[in-house]
Design a binder for this molecule. Structure first.
Ligand code: GLN
Length: 489
């Protein structure tokens, strides 16, 4: 059962091989067994899960369920969930209980999914290692001395360790794809606007996009179907029809042209990772895809532009945490100013403060043109690079990360090195494009991820390509060491 896909779980539920309640109990037991070592969850919600599972069982018994009814999931702890705390990995929101559900949570629940808990993350989704969480670092199931990537590290670790078949994530600069790569799971960052941001705690609003981490492209397709679509409550939500993602999963790859950006295969890329990517390219070629070298000349500017735009927007978004309306408030403030400064000083961690300071500086009167405006101009160049490339190719392929998962505590003192983990992922967010990471093998027992980038709203082609690859390979089926024992049915 551990390796059952969501489709297989759904079939088993509908054929009464086991009930949603039994499935929920089995996974809650696994979470209890593995979470103390992995720290993938901030909150576990057994009572709510049992209730939702019995509702799902009733729907299944009445044959009114859909493909996701009774399927367990976890939400990254920045999706608001009514009645269950939403911490965003921060002391600032450690006791915050939202009065409403995020759009993503609402849709998953409406389809009968069963929420097992909220996953650990870098504070306010800022980070690439999940070491910035107020609730402690998450461990990588493949090697517990290593980070799982971030900021959706808890979701990635939970899916990799088979604690849950799918978990939501958000990707502002790589936070779905990079942890997916580090933990050997499949992660999809949809087109900006494809999935509602309503009820998702904001980091950098023009870049943030919700998506999911699961074990296969097929599973991502089923969940995307549930969460994609227009939502009037999110002013940037796209009014674009949602296709049937499962219907095109098996499409032939003959006629597909894949671009290989020369900038993504240059210095800085670990040679063993490059080798795994080359092997995956060979598989795609056997499946019928054609390859062409392309150039994305502004690639080198993506990290500097991102680290102006993201902190600028963060500094503005995080101004709301002032100790007055909600969130952490310091003890015994002397006066109003003391309350503001100490609440923020005590409530936010180091990386969040660094970003607020960088962002405030970049937006200040004397520097706005030099930094923020310049970064927005670069952003346009990056978007144009991709649009030029998509004149020639259907999909762009490259590595997701320059290295595999690194050891805990090795990059925390060096923010710039940490920022470079996202060298292949941030440009996609600056352009608003969809992208997916899927596992393509191992280097020294650590998973390697391959990234596919699509044109706007072309998630279907990405899922189709990755699915065809996963039909002829089994990298996505490998279990991390020590995760195979325990509950089997
Ligand atoms: N690692 C990047 C950052 O720290 C991206 C984070 C994200 O996508 N949320 O900003």
């Amino acid at each position: 059962m551990l390796n059952y896909s969501i489709r297989q779980l759904g079939q088993a539920l509908r054929h009464r091989e086991f009930s949603a309640s039994e499935l929920t109990e089995a996974l809650l037991q696994r979470i209890e067994q593995f979470n103390p070592a992995l720290n993938a969850f901030i909150s576990i919600t057994p009572e709510q899960a049992r209730e939702q599972a019995s509702t799902a069982d009733a729907r299944l018994a009445a044959n009114t369920g859909g493909p996701l009814t009774g399927i367990p999931l976890a939400h990254k702890d920045l999706f608001c969930t009514a009645g269950v705390r939403t911490t965003c990995g921060s002391r600032m929101l450690a006791d915050f209980i939202a009065p409403y559900d995020a759009a993503i949570a609402e849709r998953c629940q409406a389809d009968g999914m069963v929420l097992l808990g909220k996953t650990n993350m870098d504070e306010f989704a800022m980070g690439s290692s999940n070491e910035n969480s107020f609730f402690g670092a998450v461990r990588n199931p493949w090697d517990r001395q290593c980070v799982p990537g971030g900021s959706s590290g808890g979701s990635a670790a939970a899916v990799a360790a088979r604690l849950v078949p799918v978990a939501t994530g958000t990707d502002t600069g790589g936070s779905i794809r990079q942890p997916a790569a580090f933990t050997g799971v499949t992660g999809l960052k949809p087109t900006y606007g494809r999935v509602s941001r309503w009820g998702m705690v904001a980091f950098a609003s023009s870049l943030d996009q919700g998506g999911m981490l699961a074990r296969s492209a097929e599973d991502c397709a089923l969940v995307l179907q549930a969460i994609a679509g227009f939502d009037a409550r999110d002013s940037t939500s796209a009014q674009h029809a949602v296709p049937d993602y499962s219907a095109t999963l098996d499409d032939d790859l003959h006629g597909l042209t894949i671009g290989l950006p020369k900038e993504y295969f240059s210095t800085g890329l670990d040679s063993d990772i490059e080798q795994r990517i080359q092997e995956a390219i060979d598989e795609y070629r056997k499946l019928g895809a054609d390859f062409r070298e392309i150039s994305l000349p502004s690639s080198a500017l993506a990290i500097p532009a991102y680290y102006v735009v993201a902190p600028a927007e963060a500094s503005s978004n995080l101004a709301r945490y002032d100790g007055v309306r909600y969130g952490y408030r310091c003890e015994h403030p002397r006066d109003l100013l003391d309350m503001y400064t100490r609440s923020r000083g005590e409530g936010f961690g180091t990386e969040v403060k660094r970003r607020i300071m960088i962002g405030t500086y970049a937006l200040s009167a004397g520097y706005f043109d030099a930094y923020y405006l310049k970064a927005q101009q670069i952003r346009r160049l990056i978007r144009e690079d991709f649009q030029n490339a998509f004149q020639e190719v259907d999909v762009i392929l490259g590595p997701t990360t320059p290295t595999t998962a690194f050891a805990l505590d090795t990059q925390t003192d060096d923010p710039v090195t940490m920022y470079l983990n996202d060298i292949y992922t941030v440009a996609v967010n600056l352009a608003g494009l969809p992208a997916l990471s899927h596992p393509v093998g191992f280097v020294a027992q650590r998973p390697v991820g391959l990234q596919l980038i699509g044109n706007y709203f072309n998630e279907g082609r990405l899922l189709n390509s990755a699915h065809r690859y996963q039909q002829v390979t089994d990298w996505h089926q490998h279990l991390p060491p020590g995760c195979a024992d325990s509950v089997h049915q």
